[in-house]
Structures are given as C-alpha cells and as structure tokens.
Design a protein around this ligand. Structure first.
Ligand code: ZN
Ligand code: ZN
Length: 274
C-alpha cells in the first residue's frame, strides 16, 4: 500500500509550516515502503519546510543525528525523556558535547511527567536539572515535556535556569495559568494534534487566549494524529491540520498562523537556518 497523496494547500506556498516536534526514527513507514525520504517528501509536498527530529535517549541519538545529517530540512535535539526510566543517565559533559553538533538546535526532550511516572520521582528531577544546566552551558533552548508537574517544572526553570534559558513547552496540555507563567519565563507554547480532539475544549480555550506570537505547532508523530487521521500513525505532513485548527480557534487565516509560527520557530531556535 502506498500513502495516499494529499493535495498541497496553495495557501502555504509563500509561508510554509515547521513541524517543531516529531520522532522521525519512530514513524510507521509501511505506507512509504520503508523509505523515510518518501515520508518527508509527502510533508514537503504539503509545504512543510522543516522538521525537528527529537532525541529521547542516548541509545537513539546516533539515529536521530544521522537523519538530521542526511536531510537539510531536518534539525535535531538531544536529551533523555522523563518517562524513559531505564535509559542511561546522560552526564552534563555528554549533553554539551552532543549539543555542539551543527544540526542540533535544542536540548530535550526533557522535563517532568508526574502523570505517567510513579513512585519516587527524584530521578526525573535530577535528570531534568542536568538538561537545564546543559541548556545554560550551550546556550541552546530547551524542549520541555511537562505533564501533571506544573509547579515543579516552572520552579526548576526559574531557579536553575536563572533567566538564562528559553525554550518551548511541547505538546502543551496544562492550564492557561501555566502557559502564561511559562511565557513570562521566555518560553513558547507548542500545540499538537490534541487541539483537534473532541474532548479538548480546555486546550482550545488556552490557544484562544494566547498571543499567536508565542505559539508553535507540532505533530509529535508517530503519536497523536490529528482529526481526521486520529487512530492512524501520525506523520509530519499532518501538521497542516494542527495549524488549520489553531487558525480556526483564533479567527486567523492558515497563512497567518503559518507565517507567525514559522517566524517564532526561527526566532527561538537561532541555530536553525531557513
Ligand atoms: Zn513529549
Ligand atoms: Zn516527543
């Protein structure tokens, strides 16, 4: 079976979108005969100009860096995910060294997840602090995963980040108060396909209340495919549906959302070049 082609959206010709967070090493490539470049081509055909492939542990980082190296339109991040208990702990030196790679534009994904994590989560907090230190030392932004951990996430960023680290709250699902406080700390808020889900009224209210110049869009592929693809394996090309929903909520055009979120992306991730 080959992937169905989706018509390119002519509204995006001038202002293409960026998928600011996905896991290209984990995509289901069966519809593309196992060919990652075909999956990326399908995204480029819909006017997605760049994709960030996110590191989740030290085991997958070589694959992530190879993918970024292979495709000019793909950037990478390096970090160890807060839910990967079994992953080897990175040292500060390791993260800083990996962060020097020219295609690496951020440290993460990192953060705190008290929703799925259980037991004593001190290891999560220790791991998060090392990533904040790495961001300070490299000057790279942080990609934060935070669930059910609002106060600790903000406190750690404020205290350990000391006003020196910026970044993004990826796949945001927390409340408006958290979004505003994160923005005050210099963070952007990234919206995923969850915004299209039927039961996501609270998230839609957050999107409506936030200024467009603080937002990014992402797929978090292969997870969280937006409606009408919910239940299928997610891909970077579906970031168009996420942006379309953001536009609808904000009463903006798709072009306006594409133009602003792409500008926001390149302003934050200064190592990324258009
Ligand atoms: Zn995440
Ligand atoms: Zn992720």
């Amino acid at each position: 079976m080959l992937a169905d082609t989706l018509p390119p959206d002519s509204r995006l010709v001038e202002f293409p979108l960026v998928d600011s967070h996905c896991h290209l090493d984990k995509l289901d490539l069966a519809p593309y005969d196992g060919d990652l470049s075909a999956a990326l081509q399908a995204a480029f055909a819909r006017h997605i100009s760049h994709v960030v492939c996110i590191g989740i542990d030290l085991e997958n980082i070589t694959t992530v860096l190879n993918i970024a190296q292979q495709f000019p339109a793909v950037f990478a991040s390096v970090g160890v995910h807060p839910l990967y208990r079994e992953s080897r702990e990175p040292t500060l030196g390791e993260l800083v060294e990996l962060g020097a790679h020219p295609k690496v534009i951020a440290i993460g994904e990192t953060g705190l997840d008290y929703f799925y994590g259980d037991g004593d989560l001190q290891w999560q907090r220790d791991r998060f602090l090392i990533h904040i230190d790495a961001a300070r030392q490299t000057g790279l932004p942080l990609i934060i995963h935070s669930r059910g951990a609002k106060e600790d996430t903000l406190a750690f960023l404020r205290e350990r980040g000391a006003g020196e680290v910026r970044g993004v709250m990826h796949c945001f699902t927390e409340d408006l108060d958290m979004a505003k406080r994160a923005i005050d700390l210099g963070f952007l808020i990234s919206i995923s396909g969850i915004v299209t889900f039927r039961n996501a009224d609270e998230l839609r209210a957050v999107v409506k209340a936030l200024p467009l110049d603080r937002l990014l869009v992402e797929t978090d592929a292969p997870w969280l495919a937006p409606i009408p693809y919910r239940g299928k394996s997610n891909e970077p090309r579906y970031v168009v549906e996420v942006a379309q929903k953001v536009a609808e909520i904000k009463g903006e055009t798709l072009e306006a959302v594409a133009r602003q979120t792409t500008d926001n992306f390149f302003n934050l991730f200064s190592r990324a070049t258009r």
